[in-house]
Design a protein around this ligand. Structure first.
Ligand code: PAF
Length: 283
C-alpha cells in the first residue's frame, strides 16, 4: 500500500486501477484514525475494488480560534492501521499541494441553507471549507463511491446536497457512528480529554437518548424537552453549544408531524468541543 503526496501521482495510480476495470472508493479523512474511520474503509472495501484514503488536515475548515495547529497528525500510525484494514492507497497531500496559490483567493464551494444553524452557526465558514476540500478530493480522485461518518450529520447532509446540486458523478454513503462501550462517539478529538473529562463525555449520548425516549413517548413540548436536556448536560459538567431536534431528512426544525427525527448536540467538555446525534422514528 503506497502513500502518495501529489495529485498527479494519485491521478496516475487511479487511472491504472480504472484501466484494470476497478471501481474506485474514496474515504476522505483528516487522519488520526480510529475504529470509526476503519469502519468507513471496510464499507468502501465491500462496495468497491480499489480504496483510496485521503489524509489531509484541511486548514480551510478551521476557524481562527480552533485547533488547527494542535490537531493530531499521526501519519505513521495511520499507515499501519490502513495497511491492516486492507486499503489500497493513501493520499496525503500537504497544504501547498491542495492550495498551491494559497487559500485567500481560492475558489469556494458553499451550500446554503443546510450549512446554516447547528455547527454552521458556531463555526462560521466551516462547511464552506469542508465542501471546498471534499469537492476537490472528489474531482481529483473521481471515485465511484465516497464514504463519510454519520457522526458529522450536518457535514454529511452538506456533502450530499453539494454532490446532488453540482451533479457530481459519485455515490455518497453515510456510515453509522462507532461508539465506545459507554456510548461515547469515537472522535479524533476524544484524545484531548483528561481522565475526568472522558468520564463525563458519555453524558452527551445519554442525553440524546433521553430526548429520543421523551419524544417517542409522545412529548411535543420540544422547547421544554431541550431545556431539560441542556440542564442535564450542565449538571454533568458540560457546556452545551447547541441541542436541537430536526427532521432527519431535511434538517429543518422538527414539528409534531415529523416522523423521522434527529436529535443533534454539540457541547464543550473543558476546552474540547464534542458533537453527536441520534436518529429515531416517531409513530
Ligand atoms: O470529517 C472529516 O474528517 C473532514 O471534515 C473531511 C470530510 C475529511 C473534510 O476535510
Amino acid at each position: 500500500m503506497n502513500t502518495l503526496h501529489s495529485i498527479a501521482q494519485l491521478r496516475a495510480a487511479i487511472a491504472r486501477a480504472r484501466e484494470d476495470g476497478k471501481r474506485i472508493g474514496l474515504v476522505p479523512t483528516m487522519g488520526n484514525l480510529h475504529a470509526g474511520h476503519i469502519a468507513l474503509v471496510e464499507k468502501a472495501l465491500q462496495r468497491t475494488d480499489y480504496v483510496v484514503v485521503s489524509i489531509f488536515v484541511n486548514p480551510l475548515q478551521f476557524g481562527p480560534t480552533e485547533d488547527l495547529e494542535s490537531y493530531p497528525r499521526t501519519l505513521a500510525e495511520d499507515q499501519s492501521k490502513l495497511l491492516d484494514a486492507g486499503a489500497h492507497l493513501i493520499f496525503a497531500p500537504n497544504v501547498a499541494e491542495m492550495y498551491p496559490g494559497g487559500m485567500e483567493g481560492h475558489a469556494r464551494v458553499s451550500v446554503p441553507v443546510v450549512s446554516e444553524g447547528l455547527c454552521g452557526a458556531s463555526r462560521p465558514g466551516h462547511f464552506e471549507g469542508v465542501a471546498t476540500v471534499v469537492s476537490k478530493l472528489l474531482n481529483i480522485a473521481q471515485p465511484d463511491l465516497a464514504v463519510f461518518g454519520q457522526k458529522d450529520y450536518q457535514q454529511l447532509a452538506v456533502i450530499r446536497k453539494m454532490a446532488y446540486d453540482l451533479c457530481l458523478p459519485v455515490q455518497i454513503m453515510g456510515e453509522p457512528t462507532v461508539r465506545a462501550a459507554d456510548g461515547l462517539a469515537l472522535s479524533s478529538r476524544n484524545g484531548y480529554l483528561s481522565t475526568e473529562e472522558r468520564r463525563i463525555a458519555p453524558t452527551l449520548y445519554r442525553t440524546l437518548k433521553q430526548i429520543a425516549e421523551q419524544v417517542q413517548n409522545g412529548r411535543h413540548d420540544y422547547v421544554k424537552v431541550m431545556e431539560e436536556a441542556r440542564l442535564a448536560l450542565v449538571q454533568a459538567g458540560m457546556q452545551p453549544d447547541y441541542l436541537d431536534l430536526r427532521d432527519a431528512l431535511t434538517l429543518q426544525p422538527a414539528t409534531p408531524e415529523t416522523r423521522e427525527m434527529v436529535a443533534l448536540a454539540a457541547a464543550f467538555v473543558g476546552k474540547t468541543r464534542l458533537i453527536d446525534n441520534l436518529c429515531f422514528k416517531v409513530n
